[in-house]
Design a protein around this ligand. Structure first.
Ligand code: 4AD
Ligand code: MG
Length: 483
């Protein structure tokens, strides 16, 4: 008989019908006559209870064989059980399974099973990332990840957006920050060898780069992993009108913080004919939609995050859902913040990028609501943003939420060919890699806008997990690529 997911069993009528349950044992309680086994299959937060009554085994139960299996059941053992789904007399659970058959699928020796200990630290669980999904915490986190993926697809699909995939391997630098992982099939050892030989002949070290012949590399030129799918999304938005990407992005910034990953998923909607304020409307609607989904459709897991991970997280999310986002220009935001400069590690003044401490002060202390800061100084933002007439600012917007700071970043894009080209040249960009991007401004250019949501940052916010490395199954960060 095919097993039924525990999530479905727990909401079924206890009509004594025969069912099969499969999963991993959480606990076993064996008193003289009664045995209770809690089995979890990760389909939901709760486990189901299997019950065996020695004085009164269920009809058709093979008591001897069940006793044999029981000897081998420990925390972590994988089992398959058959029995009758009945109403549970115990409090806190509606149904349980009175077993007629119990098969051990895989032993789990308690002496060596890494998840035996009580109160395992997050660091310890990170070292055992291949097993940590079996804990309450990581089960809840990974179910939430799946739910948020579904939520974002639903949001955009319901609004006529087309889902697109941007390439992972590119020759452009979408953010112009130079924080990229190179992709190459050239042999570093061979090149080093060449260098040693050339060095022996008295080669000028400044010419070392000439030893690398990129025409011989896999793509015939220097390539890297993408930092953002935005530029490609723009090309598709200027054909399909409203699109979104959802895929992995990579950043080689040497940031060893609880907020940075080297590989993370990003969702980047891009809309033709949207100006900055249309973009802001959509961002607000989107963020509220995602948080509301978590609160209403994932209530059990949210209760767990509230109780065990971050007390207050539910109220924090509900506040974002219920409160209109305050909109303020960067210039006005800096005027507000300057009043509190004695409170900051890095005092703020016009022209500087906002640090997390400033972002959080704006949203948590000054406005006590989510905040959208727009029209940033052009020098602190990326090359593609639309320039304002003041010659100093660009039409960027960052959304800041209490407890986190920036959750999304976006902008209206520069659609004027000459203006865009001038900025690219001023920034010393290698224009041969961006001709296709400039072409959009030559052939039927339109106003357009978009933004990016860091998926791991969103999950960290929703779950209350302190470290971003604990909201992705296998985190990648400086000096960390295990598993
Ligand atoms: O602000 P960012 O750099 O913006 C872009 O990449 C634009 N192309 C977006 C767009 O307009 N289409 O990154 C977007 C979001 C940030 O708001 C943040 O949530 C997340 O990506 N992010 C990171 N998340 C985890 N680890 C990192 N190292 C991150 N860097 C950015
Ligand atoms: Mg940003």
């Amino acid at each position: 008989m095919k097993p039924i997911l525990i999530k479905d069993l727990l909401t079924s009528e206890p009509d004594a019908r025969a069912v099969t349950v499969c999963g991993w044992v959480r606990t076993k309680r064996d008193s003289k006559n009664l045995v209770f086994i809690q089995v979890n299959d990760g389909s939901c937060f709760a486990s189901i209870q299997l019950t065996f009554d020695r004085t009164n085994p269920a009809q058709g139960a093979d008591a001897n064989s069940i006793e044999e299996s029981l000897k081998n059941i420990n925390t972590g053992t994988s089992v398959r059980a058959e029995g009758a789904l009945v109403q549970s007399p115990a409090s806190g659970q509606a149904v349980e399974v009175i077993i007629t058959k119990l098969t051990v699928l895989g032993l789990c020796p308690p002496e060596t099973y890494p998840l035996q200990k009580k109160n395992m630290s997050m660091e310890y669980l990170r070292d055992n990332a291949h097993l940590r999904a079996r804990t309450n915490t990581f089960g809840a986190v990974f179910r939430m990840r799946s739910q948020m993926a579904m939520a974002l697809h639903t949001f955009f699909q319901e609004r006529g957006f087309v889902y697109i995939s941007a390439p992972e391997i590119t020759c452009s630098d979408a953010e112009g920050a130079g924080e990229m992982f190179q992709v190459t099939t050239l042999s570093l050892e061979k090149i080093a060898e060449l260098g040693i030989k050339a060095g022996a002949k008295g080669m000028d070290p400044a010419k070392a780069a000439d030893l690398v012949d990129y025409s011989k590399d896999f793509f015939g030129k220097k390539a890297n992993l993408t930092v953002s799918g935005q530029l490609e999304a723009e090309t598709l938005a200027t054909a399909l009108s409203r699109v979104y990407t959802f895929g992995p992005t990579f950043r080689a910034e040497n940031s060893n913080t609880p907020r940075h990953l080297s590989e993370f998923w990003m969702c980047e909607p891009e809309m033709a004919f949207f100006d900055l304020f249309d973009n802001m409307d959509l961002e607000e609607e989107f963020i509220k939609y995602l948080l509301n989904w978590a609160l209403t459709k994932c209530a059990d897991d949210m209760q767990f995050f509230e109780k065990r991970i971050q007390p207050g997280v539910i109220a924090q999310l509900q506040h974002v859902v219920d409160t209109p986002f305050k909109r303020i220009s960067y210039t006005d935001a800096v005027k507000e913040l300057e009043k509190y400069n004695d409170k900051f590690e890095f005092p703020i003044s016009w022209g500087k990028e906002l640090q997390t401490e400033h972002e959080r002060y704006l949203t948590e202390q000054i406005f006590k609501s989510p905040v959208m800061v727009y029209n940033y100084p052009k020098d602190v933002k990326a090359f593609y943003m639309k320039q304002n007439d003041d010659g100093k600012t660009v039409r960027a917007v960052d959304v800041l939420v209490p407890g986190l700071g920036e959750i999304t970043g976006g902008s209206e894009r520069e659609e004027d060919y000459d203006k865009l080209l001038k900025v690219c040249e001023e920034r010393g960009m290698d224009m041969k890699n961006y001709q296709w991007y400039l072409d959009l401004r030559r052939f039927g250019t339109v106003p357009h806008s978009g933004f990016g949501l860091g998926f791991a940052r969103l999950l960290r916010y929703i779950t209350g997990m302190a470290n971003i490395r604990d909201v992705i199954p296998y985190p990648r960060a400086p000096k960390l690529a295990d598993f």
